[in-house]
Design a binder for this molecule. Sequence first.
Ligand code: FE
Length: 131
Amino acid sequence: MSEKPKSEEEWKKILTKERFWILREKGTERAFTGKYWNHFEDGQYKCAGCGTPLFKSEEKFDSSCGWPSFSNPIKDSVEEERDTSHGMIRTEVLCTACGGHLGHVFNDGPKEKGGLRYCINSASLEFKPQD
Ligand code: FE
């Protein structure tokens, strides 16, 4: 990205309260409350912070966990980091371009698609339908 990184104050001005809490403060929306957990249209899911395409609808699957779940991200669009908060060892998923918190990745996804489950907050995403 050619744009310079935004300060947390700048993010606060452009994001909704919920998106700021999740993307910038690593919050988690409650299960089954987000916009996309049960959404299966064709298109792309972009970062709600910076607009970078992160996941394609063909990678989305119904995990019944209450959050949008994907087998694989678009190449190089996300970064992963070890997260030991809340007494668990998890792998955090972040937007490579803006550093926004997206969710976590677990290894209980569909085997035929690689076995991963990217469990992502709806609020971290903005869906763009296929043209
Ligand atoms: Fe981003």
